[in-house]
Design a protein around this ligand. Structure first.
Ligand SMILES: Nc1ncnc2c1ncn2[C@@H]1O[C@H](COP(=O)(O)OP(=O)(O)O)[C@@H](O)[C@H]1O
Ligand SMILES: [Mg+2]
Length: 272
């Protein structure tokens, strides 16, 4: 059923019917005595934008670290495209098309923006010294198409004007967009985006979420996005999970979650 134009793109019952591309089952992860994840369970449907909210310290980034292979869970399972991926190395998860961005951008700050984007291209012939000689024409062709792709991603994310500037010159918001551009360059199937709006001006945030929203449509991506302030993502996500103390305390369409008493209580608790 198509709901073109509406912002919440499906009804809850439709979610239940589609296949999850990513599933997290009863994941536990402790740091010393601290239970950062305490039985986290959730799933992300293919082609959706799903939000993960929760107060600071509720385990959101730890969950992304476990999904992306940066942390091994103490117990529990992570499934991606029907395959169990917990325990895989970060590059093995990345190779499967599950690509993350970081809460604090990790860029090559001295390099120009365009180089930052280009470096994220996969399987580059130019990476191997001998291939550069043996496959020279293929290499040149590949470089050309990578550049075209990088330019179109830069345009999509509004980075065309700053391509030749070192990444260190960018504003906080532009750095977040550059992280996204790098992630897109790697042809992700599913993107994990950690707090893209943190430290970004409200106008740019609005713009950025519109771009993320467009991306999902244009590139048939699945996007799982962490945002601390739920009102920020309200208009852009299909489904929301709320975390508290390492577990999911509520899930549903954004309009429902924003009124959920338990969710409101944990946010109010944080404020006091
Ligand atoms: N590498 C680590 N070592 C020790 N404690 C950690 C580590 N990473 C996260 N934590 C702790 O785990 C809890 C959850 O953190 P985090 O996942 O970053 O929360 P969120 O992203 O929701 O703000 C916090 O109490 C945090 O201090
Ligand atoms: Mg975090």
């Amino acid at each position: 059923m198509s709901k073109e134009g509406s912002k919440t793109l499906h009804q809850p019952d439709e979610v239940g019917q589609s296949m999850p591309i990513l599933a997290i089952k009863d994941v536990h992860k402790s740091f010393g005595g601290l239970k950062a994840l305490d039985g986290a369970t959730l799933s992300v449907e293919k082609g959706k934008i799903v939000g993960l909210i929760g107060p600071n310290g509720s385990g959101k980034t730890t969950l992304f670290n476990v999904i992306a292979g940066a942390l091994k869970p103490d117990s529990g399972e992570v499934w991606f495209k029907g395959e169990r991926i917990d325990g895989l190395k970060p590059y093995e998860v990345y190779e499967r098309g599950l690509v993350r961005t970081f809460q604090v951008p990790r860029l090559f700050f001295k390099l120009p923006v365009i180089d930052n984007i280009l470096l994220a291209g996969r399987n580059q012939i130019g990476d191997t010294f001998t291939k550069v000689f043996l496959k020279r024409s293929a290499w040149i062709e590949q470089e050309k198409s990578l550049i075209e792709k990088a330019l179109s991603i830069a345009e999509l994310l509004g980075l065309s004007e700053v391509l030749t500037q070192p990444a260190s010159n960018l504003s906080g918001g532009q750095m977040k967009l550059l992280e996204l551009a790098r992630a897109l360059m790697s042809d992700p199937i599913t993107l994990l985006v950690d707090e893209p709006a943190a430290g970004v001006s409200p106008l740019l945030v609005e713009n950025m979420f519109k771009k993320i929203y467009e991306l999902r449509r244009e590139q048939n991506l699945t996007i799982f996005i962490i945002e601390h302030r739920m009102e920020v993502i309200l208009n852009y996500v299909d489904w929301v999970y709320a975390m508290h103390k390492g577990r999911v305390i509520a899930s549903g369409p954004p309009a429902e979650i924003i009124q959920n008493k338990q969710v409101i209580d944990v946010y109010l608790g944080e404020a006091t």
